[in-house]
Design a protein around this ligand. Structure first.
Ligand code: PMP
Length: 421
């Protein structure tokens, strides 16, 4: 497969963009990233004209796929034609917030921002401001964006240069699915913990599902110690559990929820949602400062709201979850037959085949951390790409089914996995 144009573009990009890209994960593919020219339905076409079945799907935002329904395109175009943004409120922000509060059980109010990172930054600040406490509990190898309070590992060490140790000491990582570790951290620090920040399903570490009772433990510990439970639904929101999100699916009532990705319909977005009493602590109704020039951007609001309305009125979730089931069960057969060191993970429209050495389903981020990076980067992913299948850029990221995908895409993908494995 000829990818010379991608190679040349990357060569050029290395002069003007650090590492040749604008987000780290994009540079993971070896020997160079594939530059994209266009998308159509469940496919992308690269800069050299090669076509792939695309399971990256924008890293999650593209619930509908690359070809937007006419009603979504015209909502975006007519909004753009009326002027892109104003720095003053529009009706669309109210309508979008009403849609989210109507469907997501725990959410009574919403503050829109511009990325998932911004949402988790603001949620942590709000939790700290509301409780008057400083510490936050996070899951080891969870990901909540490129932000100071959560880029922390081990016993509270910064996971990146540039993050002061004095910030990281307020962050307490615990292993996912380990109720004892959660009890211990609350026993030791309970009076200082502002919030527990957790993804309902770890979706940045090869997809790790919660074991029965785990989220209940976190809910009880937060309640008993006066901390807030914050669910990061940046990936799972309006995907896992459909319009009610993962909290509807698992029957949970977090105090705050962070959103991103799908709610912007492919444009930059994030949001914090939650109980009125807590949300009203944000400025200007309360004292916890929060602001943004682009927040509630009219074009984003139009794209996101029309996408969600479309999903509510058409059979989008049946379609993507059905294809997700077909993929997972087809891939399980392949793995069982010929690659017992791999495990098929995922739920709803998330899927991934991860190398776990023993084929056991991962229980926490550490289990997936054993997955072989070199094997994915140098062998497995390129093999799949040569077979016309675009998988996630590193071995940890989720892969996403969109409304634009077809059964034929699923069959081709299962065949390619069988061949490559
Ligand atoms: N939270 C979770 C669970 C995420 O998966 C991500 C990004 N994939 C973020 C937060 C950060 O979102 P963004 O990249 O839009 O800043």
């Amino acid at each position: 497969m000829n990818r010379d144009t991608s190679r040349d573009l990357y060569d050029r990009a290395l002069d003007s963009l650090p590492g040749g890209v604008n987000s780290s994960v994009r540079a993971a593919p070896v020997p160079y990233p594939t530059f994209v020219r266009s998308g159509e339905d469940g496919h992308v076409v690269d800069a050299d004209g090669n076509r792939y079945v695309d399971w990256v799907m924008g890293l999650g935002p593209l619930l509908l796929g690359h070809s937007l329904p006419d009603r979504v395109t015209s909502a975006i175009q007519s909004r753009t034609a009326d002027g892109p943004m104003f720095g003053m409120p529009t009706e669309l922000e109210v309508e979008h917030a009403e849609f989210v509060t109507r469907h997501v059980p725990s959410v009574e109010m919403v503050r829109f921002v511009n990325s998932g990172t911004e949402a988790t930054v603001s949620a942590v600040r709000l939790a700290r401001g509301y409780t008057g406490r400083e510490k936050v509990v996070v899951m080891e190898s969870g990901y909540h964006g490129a932000q100071e309070s959560t880029l922390v590992e081990g016993q509270g060490e910064p996971s990146s240069p540039g993050i002061p140790a004095s910030f990281a000491e307020h962050t307490l990582p615990v292993p996912f699915n380990d109720p004892e570790a959660a009890h211990e951290v609350f026993e030791e620090h309970g009076d200082d913990i502002a919030a527990v920040l957790v993804e309902p399903v770890l979706a940045n570490k090869g997809i790790v599902e919660p074991e029965p009772g785990y989220h209940e433990t976190l809910r009880d510990l937060a309640d008993d110690h006066g901390a807030l439970l914050v669910w990061d639904e940046v990936i799972t929101g309006f995907r896992v559990g459909g319009l009610q999100c993962a909290q509807g699916k698992y029957g949970f009532d977090p105090d705050l929820t962070t959103f991103g990705k799908i709610i912007g319909g492919g444009f930059p977005v994030g949001a914090i949602g939650g109980k009125t009493e807590i949300m009203n602590e944000f400025t200007p109704s309360g004292d916890v400062f929060q602001a943004g020039t682009f927040s509630g951007h009219p074009v984003t609001m139009a794209a996101g709201l029309e996408t969600l309305r479309y999903a509510a009125e058409e059979d989008v979730y049946d379609h993507v979850n059905g294809l997700g089931d077909q993929l997972r069960s087809g891939l399980e057969d392949v793995v069982e037959d010929q690659a017992p060191q791999y495990s098929v993970v995922g739920t709803d429209s998330l899927f991934k085949v991860v190398f776990t050495r023993d084929g056991e389903r991962p229980r926490n981020g550490g289990d997936v951390g054993d997955a072989s990076v070199e094997r994915w980067n140098r062998v497995f992913r390129p093999q799949m790409q040569d077979r016309g299948i675009m998988l996630s850029q590193n071995q940890f990221e989720s892969q996403f089914v969109a409304a634009g995908h077809t059964e034929e895409d699923v069959e081709r993908t299962i065949e390619a996995y069988a061949d490559a494995l």
